[in-house]
Design a protein around this ligand. Sequence first.
Ligand code: HSE
Length: 435
Amino acid sequence: VHQALRIGLAGFGNIGTAFVRFLQEQHDRIDARYAMPLELRWVCTRNPKRRRSVAPPPTAKRSSDFLDIVRDPDVDVVVELIGGVNDARTFVTAALEAGKDVITANKALLAECGPELALLAQAKGVRLLFEAAVGAGIPIIRSIETGLLSNRIVSLHGIINGTTNYILTRMVDRRGASFAEMLDEASRLGYAEPDPSLDVDGYDAAHKLAVLAALCFGQHVRASDIRIEGIRHVTPEDINWGTIQGLSLKLLASARLRDDGKLHLSVAPSYIPEAHPLAAVRGVTNGIAIEAEPCGVVFLSGAGAGGGSTVTGLMSDLADIAAQRAAGGRGGKALLSLAAGSRGKIARAQIQPDCCLRVTHPEVPLHVNRLERRLKGECVERGASDATYLIPEMKSSAMERALGTLDDLGLDSGRRSKVDFALGSRNLVDADFKK
Ligand code: HSE
């Protein structure tokens, strides 16, 4: 065993820079606490010319060819921060083939190819670790992998995209602030993906949910299994309406085992009752509530994006590998490999039983009267604002009838099943009709 753990870093953007800075600034603490010293051997980046706020140590080799790391027999562990799927997949596959441990923060890669890569790691007797890929520094992967391993997990509800939560929180704090302004702010702070539509359209949260669901439920979940709705269409009115009702609007990722054994998966803007701990998760913070048997509900929360938090996740994987190697061990059962062969029954989220319908329309009283007549006996409640009506506790069949009725009435629906009320007893389907 070499006396240091030799690291090859691929990707030197926001997170790569924070990682290199951390290794330099926290050198003493790492030396004191880690089972072996860490040595940064390679820093590879596609844009070597770009100015960065930190310089790698002179002992680290530089290259713009990621495969230089793979070809170097003196690299023990690769830290993949390239992002995206295609190049990252080629690179990680080559690194595992070459017998290197791999640490990645790449949730898109894991959602797409996690099981395949995990099986390869297992076959090669190396590790594939990804604590930073979900919730950044929140130790969510290890909590599921070890803390809750003995339990049966029933459901997971999480705010797992920092950018969208930042935008929604700022829209509450700065009443009337526009979506676009808040997104710019989140990008400036380094929270958003290089392509921020991954954040705002819900795909980043779906990638993370696919990883968590595979770990929690032991089956291969693809992003395409998940009903995904982002926050692009959320308006300040939606947020204010929730505030008046005592509900907080969040982009919620949910995975739940239904009574019929199917896994129910969704990412959607959701109203959360203020009493629920997820409602208090603000800004770039992430929060994840896991319901496990017999443990009960476990709730984890912390910064879900940004350099400091993401580096914490990477460092925790490095600590794990250092400890294993110092003890003379290598490889082991790969996380996610459990999920590789297994495709259980997956239910794409539909409108759930116990819905309520919010109808917003200038002529809403008229339409609600007609609706009431058509729905025969479903109770219709007047909402907080004049043009808003709530039909609580609807069965999904009634919801379909209600939406059909509104369509029949000739309202051009632009029908948005925007809002899931996933944590309360109801789903809320918002039909915002414009004539
Ligand atoms: N863009 C991601 C987010 C970064 O906002 O959560 C952390 O994965």
